[in-house]
Design a protein around this ligand. Structure first.
Ligand SMILES: [Zn+2]
Length: 128
């Protein structure tokens, strides 16, 4: 499936949990990320390659147990159709290192109506 994706040599060292999510499409336990409660202003970077993915101004409380955003930074994420687990979902990954971030659902707030449901372990928050 993703075996032919080339990882950049500049990839950052990952913890086993980060590797499981970013490189093996894992999902962290809901409510387990400290980023759920992160309310400061700043930028959320990819934990795999440091690409700036989301601004804190697009983060909102979805109640899902995962950090949620209604809009990624322009061109920083890509999507694929994920038909695993008997569901059709839209998978979201980092445009730069292709690391798996989470999924996007059509039940978010305005203006996009989208909910980018992210694994906190795949993100690194940089307060501004
Ligand atoms: Zn990345």
């Amino acid at each position: 499936m993703s075996d032919n994706i080339q990882m950049p040599s500049c990839g950052l060292p990952l913890t086993p949990e980060q590797h499981r999510v970013l490189r093996e499409h894992g999902t962290e336990r809901p409510g387990s990320s400290p980023l759920n409660d992160e309310k400061r202003e700043g930028v959320y970077h990819c934990a795999g390659c440091e690409a700036p993915l989301f601004d804190s101004s697009t983060k909102y409380e979805s109640g899902s147990g995962w950090p949620s955003f209604f809009k990624p930074r322009e061109g920083m994420t890509e999507t694929t159709v994920d038909k695993t687990l008997g569901m059709t979902r839209i998978e979201v990954h980092c445009a730069q290192c292709k690391g798996h971030l989470g999924h996007v659902f059509p039940d978010g707030p305005k203006p996009t109506g989208l909910r980018f449901c992210m694994n906190g372990v795949a993100l690194r928050f940089e307060p501004s």
